[in-house]
Design a protein around this ligand. Structure first.
Ligand code: SAM
Ligand code: SF4
Length: 463
């Protein structure tokens, strides 16, 4: 038997990258690679990179500097270490990476990582291998299924990519260039993936895509199915306790998705719906193709369908030309909607995107100040949302032992971490929990008595 080779993957950025990293592990397992947590003992280190903002991209080069030292140390002790750069920086800066970091053996874009074994072989014979074209073959048709052990080790909640790429071309965003055109996987393949996961203990499925509600994969009837119909089909699979999807675009919210929220108890009432700005002028310059009122109307449709629904969002501050009035419109939108959580970013010009050529830049000081004001508002909404859980009984899907001895941690419908003292047998179960207190962002409570279960009250959204 050959000695297993050790593989270490460091992933940056979005949940699509987390999923891709797992599939890279699955791709390399038949080649004898096993995962390790420590980079310095690895035979292969993969940096699975993110290009969305400048800070994220630059991290790659500083990490490669550290890896160069490790690779030299390994060589001195007679061991060969290979280094691969995958993900969106690999796609956007392939040749540049090779030029700036000769330590790199393989560069592979996000659509080509199913070719990793061949690329490693090519690097061995030729010294280097680079693949950043969008290949004609669909990687999902080639990726080996995860082993039972891999699924079990990854826990009771799993991502399944159903859609990739984006055709929206928001003027600030690199995704259409790094991930390519929008494609949807066929329903039957997704169902096979979900069944395999559930058969091996997964209880929560999060279907993901760069623009997941643009999903239009081929259904068993040969016609394109929208995301809402896919959700109905997945919810029918025995063992799927919870269902989520991310990230959606306000323009692609259709009746099928709203109906899925109305009809499917397994579909969690928590929707990540990025809006970016509350100013119509900025939304137009961003090419979002919706107004702030369109967004408000979409939120109302969700709320009409399911009154306990809550929202999170993404915001960009300091987009070129953003005035104080535009920014006030963003604050007004946030105040009106009332979010359970939200992410906010300073605008970062990305090479090759239309916004990078826009002239009216906002100064770094103004950006900092606006970001701080927005984050204070969002934090206050998030705290109010979390505090509202105290004294209520909520369903928690238990995931794993917590760091504190004897505690088990799970998540509420709104992804709030919730801790209880209990035996590990509850892992994988959805149980009602009486929430007693809040510690930073974590809820603390106790498993509810049967009487409390009968009087369970739904949580309300907003702050
Ligand atoms: N597809 C999603 C959508 O349409 O909203 C978002 C995908 S993107 C990976 C995640 C978030 O990163 C965006 O919602 C946006 O807020 C932020 N982002 C993208 N490009 C950015 C840039 N150039 N500068 C700052 N933030 C950016
Ligand atoms: Fe980027 Fe999302 Fe816009 Fe697509 S819809 S270009 S992924 S921000």
């Amino acid at each position: 038997m050959t000695t297993p080779r050790k593989l270490h993957i460091k992933s940056y950025g979005c949940q699509m990258n987390v999923y891709d990293a797992q599939r890279m592990v699955d791709t390399l397992a038949p080649e004898g690679f096993v995962e390790t947590d420590s980079a310095d003992e690895a035979d292969l280190v993969i940096l699975n990179t993110c290009h969305i903002r400048e800070k994220a991209s630059e991290k790659v080069y500083s990490e490669l500097g550290r890896l160069r030292v490790m690779k030299d140390d390994a060589a001195r002790s007679g061991r060969q270490m290979n280094i691969a750069v995958a993900g969106c920086v690999a796609q956007a800066e392939g040749e540049e990476i090779i030029r700036r970091a000769p330590v790199v053996d393989v560069v592979v874009g996000p659509q080509s990582y199913h070719h990793l074994p061949q690329l490693l072989a090519r690097a061995k014979s030729a010294g280097r291998a680079l693949e950043t074209e969008f290949p004609l073959d669909d990687k999902f048709g080639f990726l080996p299924a995860p082993t039972r052990q891999a699924i079990r080790a990854r826990g009771i909640s799993a991502f399944v990519t159903v859609q990739e790429g984006c055709d929206k071309f928001c003027t600030f965003c690199v995704v259409p260039y790094t991930r390519g055109a929008e494609v949807s996987r066929p329903v039957a393949r997704i169902i096979d993936d979900v069944k395999r996961l559930v058969d091996n203990g997964v209880r929560e499925i999060s279907v993901i895509g760069q623009n997941v509600n643009a999903y239009h994969g081929e259904g068993p009837d040969g016609r394109p199915w929208p995301l809402g119909r896919l959700m109905h089909r997945i919810a029918e699979i025995p063992g799927v306790e919870r269902l989520r999807y991310s990230t959606s675009h306000p323009r692609d919210v259709d009746d099928s998705l709203i109906e899925a929220h109305r009809d499917l108890p397994a579909l969690m009432p928590f929707v990540h719906l990025p809006v970016q700005s509350g100013s119509d002028r900025i939304l137009a310059a961003m090419n979002r193709k919706h107004t702030a009122d369109d967004y408000r109307a979409v939120i109302d449709r969700f709320r009409d369908a399911r009154q306990d629904i809550a929202f999170s969002s993404d915001f960009i501050v300091g987009f070129p030309g953003e005035t104080e009035e535009d920014f006030s419109a963003t604050l007004a939108l946030v105040t009106q909607i009332g979010y359970a959580a939200a992410y906010s970013f300073k605008y970062s010009p990305r090479p090759g995107t239309p916004a990078a050529d826009m002239q009216e830049t906002v100064s770094p000081e103004v950006m900092d100040e606006r970001l701080e004001r927005l984050q204070i508002l969002i934090d206050s909404q998030q705290s109010a949302f979390n505090l509202a859980a105290i004294g209520t009984t909520v369903d928690v899907l238990f995931e794993r032992p917590a760091r504190n001895e004897g505690q088990i941690v799970g998540r509420t419908a709104y992804l709030q971490p919730a801790h209880v003292m209990a035996s590990p047998d509850i892992i994988g179960k959805v149980l009602p929990v009486r929430i007693e207190s809040l510690e930073r962002y974590s809820l603390l409570g106790r498993l509810a008595s049967p009487a409390a279960i009968a009087q369970r009250a739904p949580m309300t959204s907003g702050a």
